[in-house]
Design a protein around this ligand. Sequence first.
Ligand code: ADP
Length: 422
Amino acid sequence: MTAYERSRIILRFADLLEQHTDEIAALETWDNGKPYEQAANTEIPMTVRLFRYYAGWADKIHGLTVPADGPYHVQTLHEPIGVAGQIIPWNFPMLMFSWKVGPALACGNTVVIKTAEQTPLSAVYAAKLFHEAGLPEGVLNVVSGFGPTAGAALASHMEVDKLAFTGSTDTGKIVLELASKSNLKPVTLELGGKSAFIVCEDADVDQAVELSHSAVFFNQGQCCCAGSRTFVHEHVYNEFVEKARARAMNRSVGDPFKVGIEQGPQVDSDQFEKILRCIRSGVESGAILETGGDRFGSNGYYIQPTVFSNVQDDMSIAKEEIFGPVQSILKFKDLDEVIKRANNSRYGLAAGIFTHNLDTANTLSRALKVGTVWINCYDVFDAAVPFGGYKMSGNGREKGIYSLNNYLQVKAVVTALKNPSW
Ligand code: ADP
C-alpha cells in the first residue's frame, strides 16, 4: 500500500472514531469506571487528534542521502520493522491504543495489540471502525487476554519484531526479559512513576492547589504521571494544606455516568484493596490524615479523596506508586534540597513546577531527572509532544516525531560510483 493510502485510511478511521465518540466513551466508562464526561470530552478527542497527527506523518517518512567519503552514492531507507507487538494497560484504554497503533501503522507495520484484561471493549470496537475505514484484514489484530498468558506469548514470540509495553515497572522487567530471551526484539517501555509537583514560595497558591489536586486525583489517581509527591515551600505550606484539604473534600464522587461527577470507582477490587492498604500504611507511619482515608459509601470500589500532610521521604506513601486518589504533601525549605529529594526516586517520569521566577523554573527543569517537566501547568498532553521516562519509568519516547523511530528500521544502501566526478 502506498504511504498516501495509509494516511487516508487512518484519517477515515479518525473521522469514524469522532462520529462514534458517545459509544466509545460509554465503553470506556463501563470497563474502567472513569467519568463518562472525561472520556467523551477529553480522552476520545485526544485519541482522534493523535491518529490525525500520525496520519500526517505517513507520507512524510523518508531516508536521507549521505555525503560519505569516497566514490560512493549513499542513501538510507526507513523501512517498517514488521510485526509490532503491543501491550497496553487499563487506565486509558483508547489513548494507549492510539499512542501504540498510530505511529506503528503510519510507519507501515502490522500490529498485534493486547488490551488489558480489565478493559477489553473499546479496542475491539475501534478495530471494527478501522475495518470500515478500509484497513486490510490482518494489519491490525486485537487480542483480549491475560498478561502471563497472552501478554507473555506476544513478548516472547519469535515472529514479533518489536514490542511496545505500557504498564507497571515489575511487568516491564518481565517483558524485557522475555523479549531478550526470545529474538532480542527491541522494546520500548512506559512504566510507573512517583512524580514531584513542586510549589515554590512565590507560586500562585490557589492555582497550584487546583492543579496539584487534578494532578493527583485525575482518573481516580490511576495515572502513571500522577503528581503524587506534592512538595510545598514552608512559607506557603500551611495555607496550601488547608486549601488542598478543602478542595479534596469538595470533589464529587459517584456514578461515573452522571453529569458533573469528577471521580468514579477504582478499576477493580485488587486496586481498591491495594490503595486502602497504602492509606493504612500512611496513617501507621505518622503522616497526618487531613481528609478521606476510607472507602466512599458502602457499594462499589469508590475511595474517599484522601490528603496526607507531614509526609516524610522515607514513608512508603512517598516512595511507592499508589495509583489512587491519595495526595501526599511534603514540606521543603530551599531549591537544592527539593531537587535532591525530588530526584531521590527510582522513577523519573514527570514533574510539575509552580513559580513565576524564571531562574527557579530554569534551574528546576534542568536539574530534575524526568521525561516531562510542566511549568505552571500539569498533564498537558499533545500528540506532537514526546512522553516517556528516565530511570525505572521506562525507555524510549512515545508521541510526536520521536515515536516514529520506535517503528522504523534504517537500512544504509552504499553504491559504488562508476564515474565519481559526476
Ligand atoms: P497493573 O498492575 O497496573 O494492572 P500490569 O503491568 O500488570 O499493570 O498490566 C499492564 C499490561 O501488562 C496488561 O495488558 C497486562 O495484561 C499485561 N501483563 C501483565 N503481566 C504480564 C506478563 N507477565 N507478561 C506480559 N504482559 C503482562
